[in-house]
Design a protein around this ligand. Structure first.
Ligand SMILES: Cc1cc2nc3c(=O)[nH]c(=O)nc-3n(C[C@H](O)[C@H](O)[C@H](O)COP(=O)(O)O)c2cc1C
Length: 210
């Protein structure tokens, strides 16, 4: 199976139709995000799903007049954890010990290595790492949506402070770093022509060490 036909037909919608996306498709998209890769496997982000119309309209006030939120079926909010601490690492190893056959405590040395790695980073660097991982999950969610025929629009054109406040994310140790509206295109939607860096410029082959 190839992702390419699905990625070729998708585009970032500004306006959605009134058709709701099924729970099955939404769950498939959240699962694709959950199964995404992340540095060390820590997954220092969470995914919030909003489909309540009043909440979508309230959050639209923080998207600088963009038209996606008032019309979309669902909104995904990728929220990075605002701190990566020893607790983050311990929670990951708790998952390893409960979800795999690894014996409790058997990977303590590796856990210490990850803790010391992050201890050497500034809070800003750790937030950046958390956000980078969330963006990878965003890509998986968009691709899964495209495979299922669900249209999306990833967005950083919003006020994180506004969305954090509206949903009480700061109190949960979370920060909205990228959002993604989902739904279906209007029947008469004009599909924009794809504009991408040409393949022969995008992929550099045959480079040798100098
Ligand atoms: C991280 C990110 C942020 C984006 N933010 C916005 C946004 O705030 N508003 C918008 O209309 N599109 C936004 N886009 C969509 C891009 O403009 C779009 O993906 C790009 O122009 C390519 O077009 P296509 O997705 O239709 O193929 C964003 C895309 C990404 C990946």
């Amino acid at each position: 199976m190839s992702l390419i036909p699905a990625l070729s037909q998708r585009f970032s919608l500004k306006q959605f139709s009134s058709q709701k996306v099924s729970d099955e498709d939404i769950n498939g998209m959240t699962e694709a995000a959950r199964l995404s890769v992340s540095a060390f496997g820590l997954q220092p982000y969470r995914l919030i799903v909003i489909d309540d119309r009043d909440t979508l309209n309230a959050l639209a006030a923080h998207t600088f007049g963009q038209t996606q939120l008032p019309s979309c079926s669902h909104l995904f909010i990728f929220a990075n954890e605002t701190e990566i601490t020893d607790k983050t690492v311990d929670a990951y190893f708790d998952r390893i010990y409960s979800q795999t056959s690894a014996e409790a405590g058997s990977q303590a040395g590796y856990a210490d290595y990850i803790k010391s790695y992050y201890a050497g980073q500034t809070p800003e660097q750790k937030v950046q790492v958390a956000q980078q991982q969330a963006f990878i999950a965003l890509g998986s969610l968009i691709a899964e949506g495209a495979l299922r025929g669900v249209d999306t629009c990833p967005m950083t054109g919003f006020s994180p402070a506004g969305i954090n406040k509206a949903l009480g994310l700061t109190e949960r140790g979370l920060n909205a770093c990228v959002i993604c509206a989902a739904g279906y295109r209007l029947e008469d939607a004009v599909v924009p022509e794809k504009v991408r860096v040409p393949a022969d410029e995008f992929t550099l082959r045959g480079l040798a060490a100098v």
